[in-house]
Ligand binder design. Structure first.
Ligand code: GLA
Length: 372
């Protein structure tokens, strides 16, 4: 059975409740220390799904979805107010860029010039550097079913060449899809790799670990890493390893096996090479389901890779929404992306955007329920 047919066979849209669709609303969501105002956009569909997005970091602050019995819970980790996000948030809900994931040694060469980035993750640069796209103020405007966020990253920002103009559109459809569309252009050649860093817990945030959620990844290979989580450059089949999620498997089933890659990641924190029919075609690549609540999340993307991060670095030091303590593996990320450190690996799909070209990418998070 293909992933698509399994999804078709088991997914039931939230048929119980149908409500009138509300227009997206906007409201103040506090101020940055320099006085600039942050706004919050609320998207609601006819099936009781509600998504909140703020202009700081283009961050999704909450995603409320019904379970199989119609009970609504927030399935995204985060904070109740802006101040939490201004503290030490591990990229909760954010758009990460210019380069989602790691660049080895914070260094790359492009057209014969060497560039140096901040090393904010051991020896490496992570998620765009010290002040990545998750820590800047975007502008927001409502669209018919969502919000369009824009940001212009100056030439040289965080060490990257070229001024990059980015638009991210979040759209919530009445088919229970949250569509994330990325569009960007640049004035000089630059690496660009954008991703969405929501931490999911389909039980509801703050209610324990994600270890019993079942994950399916439409990927027959992954990119193994060194001890600093930089790909070695090899593309290795998942067959016979704890990285084989081609059949739905509880996340906790193999996560603590004696395995060098799991040891390096302290669990899953790796990039899977997705089985796309051809590059750039929107394809169902991941499915997460919660046997308890019956919530199902399907991820579709045009990107060639996905970083599945099992929340290994959450350690209980963060108090999130409602004072919930976010312990180890209490949320997981499914970051659709190009492969980590691509600027230093000629065998990986290119992440270089050149002037005159458009960066376009789409990821869809589709919500449904099933009864086990
Ligand atoms: C990414 C990385 C992880 C971790 C988190 C944030 O997903 O792959 O290693 O750094 O961000 O804590």
């Amino acid at each position: 059975m293909t992933m698509r047919s399994i999804a078709a066979a088991t997914l039931i849209l939230f048929s119980g409740c149908t409500m009138r669709r509300a227009e997206p609303t906007r409201a103040p969501f506090g101020q940055l220390p320099d006085g600039r105002r942050v706004e919050l956009f609320t998207l609601r569909n006819t099936h009781g799904v509600e998504v909140n997005v703020m202009t700081y970091g283009a961050i999704i602050t909450s995603i409320r979805t019904p379970d199989a019995d119609g009970h609504v819970a927030d399935v995204a980790l985060g904070f109740d107010s802006l101040s939490g996000y201004l503290g030490s948030s591990p990229y909760f809900g954010a758009i990460v860029g210019r380069y989602a994931n790691r660049i080895a040694g914070g260094r790359f060469a492009l057209d014969g010039v060497e560039y140096h980035l901040a090393r904010n993750n051991g020896p490496n640069s992570l998620h765009g550097g010290v002040r990545g796209f998750d820590k800047v103020l975007w502008t927001g405007e409502p669209t018919e079913k969502g919000v369009r966020l824009r940001y212009t990253s100056a030439d040289g920002e965080e060490g990257y060449p070229g001024a990059v103009t980015v638009a991210v559109n979040y759209t919530l459809t009445d088919d229970n899809e949250l569509i994330v569309d990325y569009d960007a252009s640049t004035t000089k050649a630059t690496p660009l790799n954008l991703s969405q860093h929501t931490y999911w817990n389909l039980h509801g945030e703050g209610t324990g670990t994600i270890l019993d959620l079942r994950l399916m990844l439409n990927a027959s290979a992954f990119t193994p890493v060194d001890s600093t989580l930089i790909p070695t450059g090899k593309i290795v089949p998942v067959e016979g390893t704890p990285f084989d999620f081609r059949q739905p498997t509880p996340i906790g089933a193999r996560i603590d096996q004696a395995n060098e890659q799991l040891r390096f990641g302290r669990g899953y924190d790796h990039n899977w090479v997705l089985d796309l029919p051809s590059p750039g075609v929107l394809t169902a690549v991941a499915r997460l389901d919660d046997p308890v609540s019956g919530r199902v999340l399907e991820v579709r993307t045009t990107e060639p890779g996905i970083q599945f991060y099992s929340g290994n670095f959450l350690d209980g030091s963060i108090k999130g929404k409602g004072g919930h303590v976010y312990g180890r593996r209490s949320g997981l990320c499914l970051e659709t992306q190009h492969f980590p450190d691509s600027p230093n690996h000629a065998n990986f799909p290119s992440t270089i955007l050149r002037p005159g070209a458009r960066y376009q990418s789409r990821t869809v998070f589709a919500f449904s329920t099933r009864r086990s």
